[in-house]
Design a binder for this molecule. Structure first.
Ligand SMILES: *Cc1c(COP(=O)(O)O)cnc(C)c1O
Length: 392
């Protein structure tokens, strides 16, 4: 039965329709029996998606310069789905030590117990990845720059080496978005975005996207997405479609403010160093400049050493920045990653705590004033007055 609408008046809107469905219905017996043949693009049941999901997938694929896209309910599920589609027990999986934390946990706590050989590699690696590839290496997981620690790998070099050795590559491209870097054009097989961040852009939904060129890979991932029971609400698809309309202006504005704030912070006496490849002097700057077209709105800061309690002075002074671990929305955020977390990492960049700042659309001078007050709060905190003895 086709839904009967009240009349046939022509109707057009600038907004995409939100088409909801668990059940998809078919005109004939024959259509029903052959419904599975409609995959990977068509509709057979809600789990493989609705036209609203397909519209969003086609927009994201176009942004990435790719042919296909599969959306999933979170950035983490996009990372996990990509790995689950291709990696099996007995395979070797190379994961950057600076990949998104939950992907590392999934690899080390789940995959390793399912017989996958998981190996973390140095995050700023390039063609040297060659020496780590084994006969059973199936996939290399990359992220640029690294989550929190912000190392810059040489993506084209890793991708070229992997391709020559017959190994799949996936890259978490959330930081740059396809406006700043297009992994598929640099030889990467799968470009992953946490659409939760810049695509959605308003801190009110979770979504992930996997883009690719190869049709056989697309078939595998459409099946994996549905077999793992993952689909996205058409309402959330609508919100991301809307977010994409303003992605460029938001990112341009937020990136400009971010660079100014980072340059200002660099000169503050309480700041030891910034982890931000867009800055001259950062270890990853040359690679970033060669490959990337955008400087993003997220970077990390290492403050001059002080007892952990001094960070109360920093964070509790913030008025404009909210304290929170996400990013990519219009509100500025500050997050704290304690020292032990850094020291325990494979290939650590520091043994000090890291403060990560995500810059939103607020007035730049107001944000700088807020950070100035927070740095004062850090310097003046009682625990920071006495010489640092390690106790707090
Ligand atoms: C947030 C984030 C993710 C995870 O996205 P969720 O939608 O929160 O699961 C993955 N990678 C990067 C780089 C992120 O910032």
């Amino acid at each position: 039965m086709t839904l009967a609408l009240p009349n046939d008046e022509p109707f057009d809107s600038l907004s995409p329709p939100v088409l909801r469905a668990s059940t998809v219905v078919f005109k004939t017996f024959d259509d029903f029996v052959k419904r599975k043949r409609r995959q990977p693009d068509g509709y057979s049941y809600g789990i493989t998606g609705t036209p609203t999901a397909r519209l969003l997938e086609s927009r994201i694929a176009a942004l990435e310069g790719g042919r296909h896209c599969v959306i999933t309910p979170s950035g983490q599920s996009a990372l996990m789905t990509t790995v689950m589609g291709f990696v099996r027990g007995g395979d070797h999986l190379l994961v950057s030590a600076a990949c998104y934390g939950a992907l590392k946990t999934f690899s080390e706590k789940w995959l390793a117990h399912m017989g996958v050989q998981v190996e973390l590699y140095r995050p700023d690696i390039g063609a040297d990845i060659d020496a780590l590839i084994r006969p059973n290496t199936r996939m290399i997981c990359m992220e640029a720059p690294g989550t929190v620690s912000m190392e810059m790998p040489d993506i084209p070099a890793v991708a070229a080496t992997a391709r020559r050795r017959g190994v799949l590559t996936m890259m978490d491209n959330t930081w740059a978005s396809p406006l700043g870097f297009r992994p598929l054009e640099h030889g990467v097989d799968f470009s992953i975005e946490a659409a939760t961040k810049l695509f959605g852009g308003h801190s009110d939904l979770l979504m992930g996207a996997i883009s690719m060129n190869d049709h056989a890979h697309y078939e595998v991932l459409r099946e994996t997405q549905s077999i793992l029971g993952q689909q996205v609400s058409p309402d959330d698809c609508f919100l991301v479609l809307r977010g994409l309309e303003t992605l460029k202006v938001r990112l341009d504005a937020q990136s400009a403010t971010t660079l100014d704030i980072a340059r200002w912070l660099q000169n503050q006496p309480q700041v030891e160093r910034l982890l931000f490849p867009a800055l001259e002097g950062d270890a990853g700057h040359a690679v970033w400049k060669r490959d990337f077209r955008g400087s993003g709105c997220l970077f990390s800061v290492i403050l001059k050493p002080a007892p952990e309690a001094a960070f109360h002075g920093f964070f509790d002074s913030l008025q404009r920045f909210s304290i929170g671990a996400s990013w990519g929305g219009v509100h500025s955020l500050a997050a704290y990653y304690p020292a032990p977390l850094q020291a325990q990492r494979a290939f650590p960049v520091t043994d000090q705590p890291i403060v990560r700042l995500a810059i939103g659309l607020e007035d730049k001078d107001a944000l700088i004033a807020d950070l100035a007050a927070a740095l004062q709060g850090y310097a003046r905190h009682p625990s920071n007055r006495a010489p640092a003895t390690g106790g707090a």
